[in-house]
Design a protein around this ligand. Structure first.
Ligand code: LMR
Length: 403
C-alpha cells in the first residue's frame, strides 16, 4: 500500500528573539571567559554566581524528607501559601486579611500571575484599556495582547532627567476612561529603576479611585527596594482608597526561585462575597490553562515563611542581596565618574532595584556585546546585580570606549 506524502506547511514567518531571554541564550553560547551578563534580571553574588539561598536549601531538605504525596492539590496550589503570601504583601494583621477580603492562588511565576490577571480583565472589564508605563517590562505588552486586551501607555520615565515624568504620567492618566485598568510596578520599576514617591502614590491612588480604575500591582521585586516591609508602602496607599485590586507577585527574585516558576495572583474586593466571586473566575481561568500550579516552589516558600527561624534567615539573605546591589550602584557611579568625567551617571545611585538605564544607545549596547562580550538589553537597561568587584573595571573601560 502506498502512502501519499503530505506536505505540512505552517506558513509562519519566524518571530524575533525575546529581547531579554534571547540575550541570555546568546550569553550562554558566548565562549569568552571575559563575558559579563547585565541582561536578564537575575541576582548574582560578588563572584558572578546565582547560588541557591541557604534558607531555600534547608526548606528543600525538609521537603525531601517530609513530603508524603505527589497527588494533585487544588487549583490555587499550595494550601497555606495564599495566607502567607497575603501576609508578606500586606503585613500580618492587615484588616483585608482579617476580613477575608483577599484571595490568592499560586501561579507559575509572576508572568503566570500577570497572564491570569489579563484573562480576568478580559472577563471583568472587557472594554477597558489597560494602561502600562512607558517604558515597562518588555513582557507586559505580549502578556496583555495574549488576552486580546487593548493597551495604552502613560509617560513614566524622563530620559533627560533620569527621573519620573510626573506631570506626563498624570496628564496621560487623566485621559483614562472610567473603569480602565492601570498597571503599576509595586517597587523597583523594571526597567527604569525609578519608583513613585509616597506623594506620587497618593496622587495615583486618588486618581484611580476617582476614575474607578482597576489597579494591577506587578510586585516582582519586594525586598529589593528598601526592604520587604518598606516596599509595600505604595501598595498599601493604593489599597486605602481603592477597594478592588489585583496583585501579581513573584518569588523568583526575593527567594531566588527563578526556574521553579513561583508567583501568586491575589484578588482583593470590597466584601468577602465579591472577592470570592472574583476568585471563582480566577480559578476557572487557571483550570482551563494549566489546571493547577507545579508544587515545588510554592512548598519552598511556604516552608520558609511558615517557620520563624527559616524566615529570619531568608530575610537576612534578602537584605544581603539588596545591600550588595546598592553597593554596586555606588561603585559603578564612582568608576564611571573617573573614566567618563564628562558624563553624569550619579542618577544610578539614587535608583532602586536591579535595573537602571545607563543612557547608552542600542548601537553602543551592540558594540559592548560584539567587542567586549558585555550583554545588556538594547534599551540600555543594565542589571546592576550583574556587576561585581572583578568585572567593574572592564565594564567601565568598555563604556568609556563606546561613549
Ligand atoms: C527581566 O526583566 O529581566 C526579568 O523579569 C526576567 C524576565 O522574565 O524578563
Amino acid at each position: 500500500m502506498k502512502y501519499q506524502k503530505v506536505e505540512i506547511m505552517f506558513c509562519l514567518e519566524p518571530t524575533p528573539t525575546d529581547p531579554i531571554l534571547g540575550l541570555t541564550e546568546e550569553f550562554r553560547n558566548d565562549p569568552s571567559t571575559e563575558k559579563i551578563n547585565l541582561g536578564v534580571g537575575v541576582y548574582q553574588n560578588e563572584n558572578g554566581e546565582t547560588p541557591i539561598l541557604k534558607s531555600v536549601k534547608i526548606a528543600e531538605k525538609y521537603l525531601f524528607e517530609n513530603e508524603l504525596t505527589k497527588a494533585y492539590f487544588g487549583i490555587p496550589g499550595e494550601p497555606v501559601l495564599g495566607r502567607l503570601t497575603q501576609e508578606l504583601l500586606l503585613g500580618k494583621k492587615h484588616s483585608i486579611i482579617e476580613n477575608s477580603l483577599a484571595q490568592t492562588a499560586q501561579t507559575p511565576g509572576g508572568t503566570g500571575a500577570l497572564r491570569i490577571a489579563a484573562e480576568f480583565i478580559s472577563r471583568a472589564r472587557p472594554k477597558a484599556h489597560v494602561w502600562i508605563s512607558n517604558p515597562s517590562w518588555a513582557n507586559h505588552q505580549p502578556i496583555l495582547l495574549g488576552a486580546s486586551l487593548q493597551i495604552k501607555r502613560y509617560r513614566y520615565y524622563d530620559a533627560e532627567t533620569h527621573s519620573l515624568d510626573n506631570s506626563g504620567m498624570l496628564d496621560d492618566l487623566s485621559e483614562a476612561n472610567t473603569g480602565d485598568v492601570l498597571i503599576l510596578h509595586g517597587c523597583c520599576h523594571n526597567p527604569a529603576g525609578v519608583d513613585l514617591s509616597s506623594s506620587d502614590w497618593e496622587n495615583i491612588a486618588d486618581l484611580a479611585s476617582r476614575k474607578k480604575l482597576l489597579c494591577i500591582v506587578d510586585f516582582a521585586y519586594q525586598g529589593f527596594g528598601d526592604g520587604p516591609i518598606q516596599d509595600r508602602n505604595g501598595l498599601l496607599t493604593l489599597i486605602k482608597k481603592n477597594s478592588d485590586l489585583l496583585i501579581a507577585n513573584s518569588f523568583s527574585k526575593n527567594f531566588g526561585l527563578y526556574r521553579e516558576r513561583t508567583g501568586a495572583i491575589t484578588v482583593i474586593s470590597e466584601t468577602k462575597k465579591d472577592s470570592q466571586a472574583a476568585f471563582s473566575h480566577i480559578k476557572e481561568i487557571i483550570r482551563a490553562i494549566y489546571s493547577s500550579p507545579p508544587s515545588h516552589g510554592g512548598a519552598i516558600v511556604s516552608t520558609i515563611l511558615g517557620d520563624e527561624k527559616l524566615k529570619s534567615l531568608w530575610l537576612r539573605e534578602l537584605d544581603e542581596m539588596r545591600q550588595r546591589i546598592s553597593a554596586m550602584r555606588s561603585d559603578f557611579v564612582r568608576s564611571l565618574k573617573e573614566k567618563c568625567p564628562n558624563h553624569d551617571f550619579s542618577f544610578i545611585e539614587k535608583q532602586k532595584g536591579m535595573f537602571s538605564f545607563c543612557g547608552l544607545s542600542s548601537e553602543q549596547v551592540d558594540r559592548l556585546k560584539d567587542e567586549f562580550h558585555i550583554y545588556m538589553v538594547r534599551s540600555g537597561r543594565v542589571n546592576i546585580a550583574g556587576i561585581t568587584p572583578s568585572n567593574i573595571g572592564r565594564l567601565t573601560d568598555a563604556i568609556e570606549t563606546v561613549l
